[in-house]
Design a protein around this ligand. Structure first.
Ligand code: MN3
Length: 216
């Protein structure tokens, strides 16, 4: 079964005040679609085609083969974009509960988190992604170049912002920091971010319980 382009979880003009329908049509309908179609073409008739998207990414990560690099880049960009669309919703909001507590205890407060995230996103040289991730027990900000993504290092993505120029050039021209600021203030779906933290914490607990049972 070939991979399909994920449908946006909102209308293409739903984020219009901060991300225009024109950007959405280029970014989702053209850029994202191109990654999906390229991936399907590259894996056709390969055993890899039977794997999940995440397993294709793990299998192809770090390969020296040119063909496998192409597979990694396209598979990772499909995953990154699926994740990015889910990280946004019209109206944004504020983190609550455990997520809000973790942000406060790690960064000081939400504003300090936003400042650090924005700085990291601005400093990512060239195309890439800014992330909030769970690494073991701690949450942290990181960036990756090109199509690279945290799951390859065993980190759990909680939030991402696409900082390739195609994500902001139509609306913000060359002003990446302005785009990231509007993203953080107005677009982040914090409930989705919290759900990622909750499920990762659940898996962590299950893993520890399994370990305990094995020892006993
Ligand atoms: Mn993009």
């Amino acid at each position: 079964m070939p991979f399909e382009l994920m449908e946006l979880p909102y209308a293409d003009d739903a984020l219009e005040a901060h991300m225009s329908a024109e950007t959405m049509r280029f970014h989702h309908d053209k850029h994202h679609r191109t990654y999906v179609e390229a991936l399907n073409k590259l894996i056709r008739a390969r055993p890899l085609a039977r794997l999940s998207l995440e397993d294709i990414i793990r299998e192809s990560a770090g390969s020296n083969s040119n063909e496998m690099r192409k597979i990694f880049n396209n598979a990772a960009q499909v995953w990154n974009h699926d994740f990015f669309w889910n990280c946004m919703r019209p109206g944004g909001g504020r983190p609550r509960g455990e997520l809000a507590r973790r942000i406060d205890s790690t960064f000081g407060d939400l504003d300090a988190f936003k400042k650090q995230f924005k700085e990291a996103a601005a400093e990512q040289f060239g195309s890439g992604w800014a992330w909030l991730v769970l690494d073991g027990e701690k949450i942290e900000i990181m960036t990756t170049p090109d199509a690279e993504l945290p799951l390859v290092d065993g980190r759990t993505a909680l939030l991402t912002c696409d900082v390739w120029e195609h994500a902001y050039y139509l609306d913000y021209r060359n002003q990446r920091p302005a785009f990231v600021e509007r993203f953080l203030d107005n677009l982040v779906n914090w409930e989705f971010v919290a759900s990622r933290l909750d499920s990762a914490a659940g898996e962590g607990r299950a893993g520890r319980q399994r370990t305990v049972r094995k020892r006993a």
